[in-house]
Design a protein around this ligand. Structure first.
Ligand code: ATP
Ligand code: LTN
Length: 336
């Protein structure tokens, strides 16, 4: 298990156990986590407390929390090198979130696009947690003084709030928090729904044909790609606005093979129709996802091993979070 050292910069990121992980999560986040863990002190948490901002069934939440942790490892996070833990095992996140809540304006939360979107999709449960969600996320990050936060594009606005809160606290009291930077992949960083390529591929999408899950079988992957909505036209060129369907296929091919968009365009120049390209995308994804799925099944089957990793991870995370929280409480005038 890694010792967190202070001479390396820190990264922190997390995902909600609100559903299965798909290829979008690899593209937008996981592949960067894996890359960055060699150079940074790395913490990766499963944010179960964020997940309950929408209704969750207890048994499913429990299962998915372990699934997501196992998927981090299957995707290449090495628990010997990185700290892997569950958010609710480290109560300091919520403790810091309260302090930050008292420094955040109502308007700052009200303008978050994710809050607006989720209020629409959960109209019967617009709870205060959904509103203050980004403050808890800021606490997740600031409690470890993370320098860098690898996330997908949709999290940029939340990151901005975390930066503002860090600066605000430092200004009101004294230098305490590192102001975190987002780390967002540009090329192929956002994977769209296979059925509506102008919408993000998301784990809460009820249409099962819209997403490629990391636990999909080879045939499921091939079939979903075959059925994916493409555009009218037949040449393979990247243009998110005019050709969202084909551009999304190119992003998937890029993730699975590492090839640039220019190389992909050249590889398929002159082929007639989308069918051969889609077949190549399907096969590339099958080859990319298979080892992740197999490793996931192995890690998930070893319940004790996974428990050990998560509990050791929580202990390491707590040691670090406690230090920050103590400092914060002292600065704001809480009696020791
Ligand atoms: P939900 O649909 O339940 O709100 P989600 O599928 O968007 O969740 P999150 O847990 O919110 O998933 O996201 C985890 C990380 O994966 C975030 O950094 C997010 O930006 C990234 N991510 C999720 N979906 C995609 C996608 N389709 N393309 C690129 N990145 C993605
Ligand atoms: N809000 C993020 C998940 C998340 C997160 C974090 C990401 C919660 N806390 C801290 C990075 C750092 C999401 O919905 N993807």
């Amino acid at each position: 298990m890694s010792e967190l050292s202070t001479d390396r910069k820190t990264i922190l990121s997390g995902m909600q156990p609100s559903g299965e992980l798909g290829i979008g999560h690899v593209a937008g986040a996981l592949r960067n986590w894996v890359k960055l863990q060699n150079e940074y002190d790395s913490l990766f948490c499963v944010v179960d407390q964020h997940a309950i901002t929408v209704r969750q069934e207890p048994a499913k939440l429990r299962k998915r929390t372990l699934d997501i942790a196992a998927m981090y490892i299957a995707a290449g996070i090495d628990p010997e090198q990185s700290v892997v833990f569950v958010q609710s095992h480290v109560p300091e996140h919520v403790q810091l979130a309260w302090v930050l809540t008292c420094m955040t304006g109502m308007g700052e939360c009200a303008r978050m696009t994710q809050f607006k979107d989720k209020s629409e999709s959960n109209a019967d449960n617009i709870n205060v947690g959904l509103f203050t969600y980004p403050i808890l996320m800021a606490a997740d990050i600031l409690v470890y003084n993370a320098d860098l936060v690898p996330v997908g594009q949709d999290q940029k606005q939340h990151l901005e709030l975390a930066r503002n809160l860090a600066e605000r606290f430092n200004h009101h009291y004294s230098q305490t928090f590192t102001v975190p930077e987002p780390y967002i992949p540009e090329v192929g960083g956002k994977i769209m729904s296979l059925q509506e390529p102008t919408k993000k591929m998301s784990k809460s999408d009820p249409n099962q044909n819209a997403s490629i899950w990391l636990i999909d079988t080879d045939d499921q992957i091939r079939n979903k790609i075959k059925r994916a909505v493409t555009d009218s036209g037949s040449d393979i060129v990247y243009n998110e606005e005019l050709r969202p369907g084909v551009s999304n296929m190119m992003s998937l091919y890029h993730i699975a093979t590492g090839k640039s968009f220019a190389d992909i365009e050249q590889e398929f120049a002159g082929t007639s129709g989308y069918a051969p390209f889609k077949e190549a995308v399907g096969e590339a994804l099958v080859g990319y996802i298979r080892p992740i799925r197999e490793r996931f099944l192995e890690v998930r089957a070893d319940k004790d091993g996974l428990d050990k990793i998560l509990h050791a991870g929580a202990e390491q995370a707590r040691a670090r979070a406690r230090k920050t929280l103590r400092k914060v409480h002292k600065k704001i005038g809480f009696v020791e």
